[in-house]
Design a protein around this ligand. Structure first.
Ligand code: CAA
Length: 258
């Protein structure tokens, strides 16, 4: 398969495992990491054999933020002119599901990248934060928006204004992460969850992701109409017929993705 300068990418049956791999910089997200992520996610989305993706870092750091050394001397004209971080829209445009498996530091852009995932599974050592304020800047990869939607205004505002870190227990309590698992089991647990999703009917998986994402963009009534139309649409699929017939016959469904 493809090789990347800053990522280690493996396919385990229908699940793609992507590891951020800049250990010397605690996986700080520089332009090369972004270029690699865009390529790896596009390859995943375009590969019909792959049904779910797990994005992880190291035990010490999921990612300690955007690369401060790369940004420090940039001018406004350079940042605005290049639409710096704009490329992350291509990561979030991924239509198939992806899970962030977070151990250690998920700070600044690291926390923001984790929040781009469909959900986060955290190890008990995970630490989330938006410390940009301490650098005299703000979140720039969606943190001020996604954190508010994930944990509400009070905690999001406090985190962004103080730069304090949130541990795994608080992150679970606050709804930032779906589940907390022991550090040694993080990747196995995330892969197990990804494998379960990979075993679902592919069109239904795409539809669920579109529906839940719509909840962040639409009014309630428009979102419910959108949901219902996607639900109706699945009755045009062979897998819906198979899924319901298999239930009635008390056997597992066998999907064709059609
Ligand atoms: N950018 C560039 N390099 C980074 C980095 C980052 N965000 N985070 C860590 N590193 C580098 C360090 O400079 C260090 O490199 P050297 O060995 O060459 O000095 C190496 O990674 C190891 O880091 P530390 O020695 O600092 O490790 P530590 O265990 O003492 O501390 C830490 C860990 C608390 C996470 C600390 O590294 C830290 O505070 N990092 C920066 C966190 C931060 O401010 N993130 C926000 C970045 S801005 C941003 O993300 C903008 C946005 O919205 C997208």
């Amino acid at each position: 398969g493809m090789t990347y300068e800053t990522l280690i990418v493996e396919q385990h049956d229908a699940v793609t495992l992507v590891r951020l791999n800049r250990p010397q910089a605690l996986n700080a997200l520089n332009s090369q990491v972004l270029a690699d992520l865009i390529a790896a996610f596009a390859a995943y989305d375009g590969d019909a054999s792959q049904r779910c993706l797990v994005l992880t870092g190291s035990e010490k750091a999921f990612a300690a933020g955007a690369d401060i050394k790369e940004m420090s001397d940039q001018s406004f004209a350079e940042m605005y002119g290049a639409n710096f971080f704009g490329g992350y829209d291509r990561v979030t445009a991924t239509r198939k599901p992806f899970i962030a498996a977070v151990s250690g530091f998920a700070l600044g852009g690291g926390c923001e990248l984790a929040m781009m995932a469909d959900f986060i599974i955290a190890s008990d050592t995970a630490k989330f934060g938006q410390p940009e304020i301490k650098l005299a800047v703000t979140p720039g990869m969606g943190g001020s928006q996604r954190l508010v939607r994930a944990i509400g205004k009070a905690k999001a505002m406090e985190m962004c204004l103080t730069g304090r870190m949130m541990d795994a227990a608080e992150a679970e309590r606050s709804g930032l992460v779906a589940r907390v698992v022991p550090a040694a089991e993080l990747v196995d647990e995330a892969m197990k969850t990804a494998k379960a999703i990979a075993g679902m009917a592919p069109l239904a998986v795409l539809a669920v992701k579109e529906q839940v994402e719509a909840a962040f963009e639409m009014t309630l009534s428009a979102g419910i109409r959108f949901e219902r139309r996607l639900f109706h649409g699945l009755f045009g699929s062979a897998d819906q017929k198979e899924g319901m017939a298999a239930f009635v016959a008390k056997r597992p469904g066998v999907w064709t993705g059609t």
